[in-house]
Design a protein around this ligand. Sequence first.
Ligand code: SAH
Ligand code: SF4
Ligand code: F3S
Length: 468
Amino acid sequence: MSKTPTYVTPEALKRQEDAIERIAALPGKPQTYHIVTYGCQMNAHDSETLAGMLEGMGMREAQDRLTADLVLFNTCCVRDNAERRALGNVNWLKELRRGNPDLIIGVCGCMVQQPQMAQKILKQYPFIDLAFGTHNVYELPEMLEGLLTSGKRAIHLAEEENQIAEGLPMKRQSAHKAFITIMYGCNNYCSYCIVPYVRGRERSRRMDDILREAEGLLQSGVQEIMLLGQNVNSYGNGTQETFPALLKALDALGVPRIRFMTSHPKDLSDALIDVMASGKHIARHMHLPVQSGSDAILAAMNRHYTREKYMERVASLRRAVPGIGLSTDLIVGFPGETEAQYQDTVSLVEEVGYDSAFTFIYSAREGTAAAKLPGQLPESVTGERIARLIRTVEQGTQRAHASMLGKPEHVLVESISKRDGAMVSGKGSRGITIVLPGSQEDIGKIIPVTITQSAANTLRATRQTEGE
Ligand code: SAH
Ligand code: SF4
Ligand code: F3S
């Protein structure tokens, strides 16, 4: 059952606002910041909030970490390598501080939220000035003020994890595309996954708050909204609100393009498929992580669906939304995975024909159920399995791209092509990068095109002329 969320109190938010103003007026405050973001869109979006608060203090974004007065690492711990990379980079900054004693170093995000991590940071990383977890993002102003005015090192980890902070400042990365978080946390406890431990219990924002945010974005000219949650399908659990209802309301607002991620296959309802089929603005794409094609592994992963159920959902989606593109996440080398079970994943990928897939080697995370399972596989096996799987995914991508030749698409143009200044590029409704002839004027617009060429990662297109 989902927890009813509580909200960060207006008083606590006001304290942050006041701290932002006081820091802005502080002589000798840091002038520039640089945020290094690891992990998923949740973290990317948290970084937009952190940047918004720092800008409110009058700081500017530095080109890179070498020239910044304050560097924040927003970390991920979903796999061991993500964590090692973040810590390696933090250590590297220690050297940088030798030349710049005033440099402020902070770490935040999922890695910090792990049990024992705060202790480890205190002891092993004495040069870290600020450390805070995923539930404490909104407290950055107070922490920073303490550091600047009394040199107090701040380590903040919330005990109350189900709070939502509304109305924080935000510096969005793009003028055309925006993230909106609709739900925080996760209750699924897939046996391999650390996210529920570091992001807390599932809690959904109020639909009114989400719609108000979307309206504001629409007025500012945003063309595409990406709704974020670890399992958007369970949005509103425990309340009257549901994800299909939210999607319908956003579609009615007239946001030109709506995306969402991630969808858990076990909760992909007929009602959602109906809204996708009837909606005018919902992108023809779904990220639907399958993880494995073997029923035994899916059960051990605690995913609550079978291969058959997954394939049935895919078929229903494709029937209702012709031309929909699918992408997925795959894990190889789950404890005890046999060659035959691995082959089930390969055959599922061949059967579905994904536009793209993220492929991961299983990484044991302390505190998760799967970390205690026997049969952890050696790298010699997992490395070879992932290489073969990547080839299968690539073949599927090529087939999917080839099937789009001659078909119409709509591209949200984001940039001038680096290779050819007379070309622009952006994403189509299916989320695939498309290159087309164009100029600066097209940036931020949705342009109708016809696909003419397919390559490994991109498609080429011509512009549809009037009446086509
Ligand atoms: N909530 C989303 C995404 C969570 S993390 C979902 O359920 O789909 C993104 C991906 O990382 C997961 O889909 C999974 O494929 C991968 N992942 C998570 N934990 C992992 C682990 N311990 N080892 C390897 N891959 C993992
Ligand atoms: Fe992790 Fe599973 Fe939750 Fe996704 S649904 S965040 S994989 S526990
Ligand atoms: Fe990583 Fe945290 Fe996202 S662990 S994948 S940044 S929710």
